[in-house]
Design a protein. Structure first.
Lengths: 138, 138
């Protein structure tokens, strides 16, 4: 074991803190481009598109579903007010999940929390479209 | 000025490091749910879906487009290998953008970098679907 003086230990310790801060800042900038992720984006159309109650039930269900451990980040959305020919704003709820890998997404599909969600909420929707995406360039 | 012993300073210093780690971990957990964002998710279908060259051109165009300053985070994707009835994997490129607000997304639409992208790349695609989403609950 190498013996270092207390002063040296203190110096090293404060350098380590600075280095940690710097790494964090660099990561923040780098992460503008999301990489090495699996995006699972689901759009739900409700059977009764006018029902705020059904929308609330679905959002509550998704909030519970978000507890699945392999989910790295998620967003529960609704259509924005934007209108253009290419925009599909006919859906009721957007459910965007970020996983670390395809394997994590696969395990989410069979997670008991997911199966409970389907049991509790599937009667609410008439249509679902899923887009799964991985990095275009590896 | 309160004088503390070196040992106490060391103890405090290591507690500070631990506290820093804990805060970081808590933040990580909080940011699992993305909130107060505007998701602009675009799916492109190529005129020539078999052309790797056209796909590469589009990805290169989007990489340039990602320089628009109001973009907070972005992902350039392609279909994952998942296959289920509800999954649409017929698109060529997924372009997912996160903005801070609807206003930022609106300014992106008319940003000169965006207009150049459309001029350079719009001949590549046959179809585009856009889903814009804001938080379901504010």
């Amino acid at each position: 074991m190498k013996i270092i003086s207390r002063r040296k230990f203190l110096n090293n310790s404060s350098k380590a803190s600075l280095a940690g801060t710097a790494i964090f800042a660099v990561n923040n900038s780098v992460t503008k481009q999301m990489k090495n992720i699996f995006i699972h984006h689901v759009y739900f159309w409700l059977k009764d598109s006018s029902s705020q109650t059904d929308m609330d039930k679905l959002v509550a269900g998704l909030t519970k579903l978000s507890k699945v451990k392999t989910i790295q980040q998620f967003h529960i959305g609704k259509p924005a007010n934007t209108k253009r020919d290419v925009i599909d704003s006919s859906y009721a709820v957007s459910w965007m999940l970020i996983f670390d890998s395809e394997a994590d997404q696969a395990s989410y599909q069979t997670d008991p929390v997911h199966l409970t969600f389907i049991e509790d909420c599937s009667q609410l929707w008439s249509k679902v479209i899923v887009y799964d995406a991985v990095d275009a360039e590896k």
